[in-house]
Design a protein around this ligand. Structure first.
Ligand code: HAM
Length: 418
């Protein structure tokens, strides 16, 4: 039997309702805050991700699904959505009329990480990206939206962790100080960090290897190196969060696993998911639009880990909206052919309807209606049909009425409305 690819999964009915609920809640919230949906391809030129996420990151170095197509062009299944949205913003000149644009997108991402609980090779993200706004008030609003989303989904034990990564003016000073600190720890770092720390010392801060985490406990904080404008923006972010009554943790090691960030970065963490504790991550990426060939416009955004959020959301109780309103139990060929027509007509009229298309006994059809929690069963028995009627049984009250098959849809509607 052919099985799923490792790290990939099916989301089956029973669980999928939870996903739909999350998606509905997120979309309603984002639309209220002025975000418009954008849909982007799941595959792009490898170069797009290499240039935006950064060559020295885990994602680009070891996690991307990259292959040459038949003409030899290197393509990659998207490991994230931000780079594609930036490409689209530039390619279609979406900044032309008004540089301020707000987008959301929901879909699968692909990273060849080691699968474990909360970490998959195909996973889903809910992304929100904002272009053209430099103020940290927007960063605060993004965090507010995230916390609102979690509270609307009754997800508790979530807290924002925030940091600033400075800008091209102040970050070099921090990198020098960090470089000096790393020199003193050279013997304690993992092999990846030993390789990377000259080229991209920030990545060491993000390394998950316990020995590196231990070595980095006393790392210098970038917050002490911020230039006046970065410092001011970080104050704006903190004040805005306080005004919104959002408590947060300042995490000097929060550099995120992607290279495009500047100024505010954040993650929403939970104590309920074990090692994979980030339910959402994001931040500002002011230099990326320009770096990918667009105008010099600021940008900020986040992505929620949909799979992780679904794991945090309580399974929904049996959803009464999904129970069939009517189950048609047909007996014999003539009855089944009528039942088939009624099924189509009732479905078209917005009545949730089911029938048994095989030649089962009434008893076994009633059992199936029970299993589906059908609210009513319409029994199309031969005797009644000869009199131009069917029986409609209310499964909750166990009462039944006879209704005419002429104008059946209207007759059923009347009964259901009682
Ligand atoms: P990220 O931190 O790489 O950021 O991913 C965001 C979220 O996606 C994580 O916090 C986590 O919940 C989820 N996630 C990541 N990898 C996996 C995985 N292998 N399995 C399950 N869930 C996962 C980004 O991707 C940025 N593009 C976010 C962003 C948008 N920054 C600015 N705009």
């Amino acid at each position: 039997m052919i099985q799923l690819i490792r790290g990939f999964k099916d989301i089956l009915p029973g669980e999928v309702e939870r996903w739909q609920q999350i998606e509905k809640t997120a979309v309603a919230l984002f639309e209220d805050f002025g975000f418009k949906e954008i849909r982007i391809p799941v595959m792009e030129r490898t170069e797009l991700f290499a240039r935006s996420i950064g060559e020295d990151t885990d994602i680009v170095e070891k996690e991307m699904y990259t292959f040459p197509d038949r003409k030899g062009e290197l393509l990659t299944l998207r490991p994230e959505a931000t780079a594609s949205i930036v490409r689209s913003y530039i390619q279609h000149k979406l900044y032309a009329q008004d540089p301020v644009r707000k987008f959301y997108t929901i879909g699968p991402m692909f990273r060849r990480e080691r699968p474990q609980k909360g970490r998959y090779r195909q996973f889903y993200q809910i992304n929100a990206e904002v272009f053209g706004i430099a103020s940290a008030l927007m960063d605060a609003q993004l965090i507010f939206m995230l916390m609102t989303l979690f509270s609307r989904l009754a997800v508790v034990d979530v807290e924002p962790y925030i940091n600033s990564l400075g800008c091209p003016l102040c970050r070099p000073n921090f990198k020098t100080a960090l470089g000096d600190f790393l020199e003193s720890k050279a013997g304690d770092l993992c092999s990846d960090c030993t390789k990377r720390h000259q080229r991209n010392p920030l990545r060491v801060l993000d390394c998950k290897v316990p020995a590196c985490r231990e070595a980095m406990t006393d790392t210098p904080s970038i917050l002490e190196f911020l230039c006046p404008e970065c410092d001011r923006q970080f104050e704006i972010l903190k004040n805005a969060l306080e005004k919104l009554n959002i408590s947060y943790v300042i995490d000097k090691r929060l550099v995120r696993g992607l290279d495009y960030y500047s100024r505010a970065t954040f993650e929403i963490k939970t104590g309920l998911l074990g090692a994979q504790d980030a339910v959402a991550g994001g931040g500002r990426y002011d230099g990326l639009v320009k770096a990918l060939g667009g105008p010099d416009l600021p940008a900020t955004g986040f992505a929620v880990g949909f799979d992780r959020l679904a794991e945090l959301t309580a399974p929904k109780a049996a959803d009464s909206a999904r129970q069939p309103d009517i189950f048609i139990a047909a007996l014999g060929e003539t009855s089944r052919s009528l039942a088939f027509e009624w099924t189509c007509a009732l479905g078209l009229a917005g009545i949730k309807v089911e029938m048994d298309m095989s030649d089962k006994s009434l008893k076994s059809q009633m059992k199936r209606a029970d299993r589906l929690f059908a609210k009513h069963v319409l029994i199309a028995g031969e005797t009644e049909l000869e009199q131009g009627a069917v029986i409609l049984r209310n499964m909750a009250t166990k009462t039944q009425v006879t209704i005419a098959i002429e104008n059946l849809v209207d007759n059923v509607k009347k009964e259901l409305a009682k």
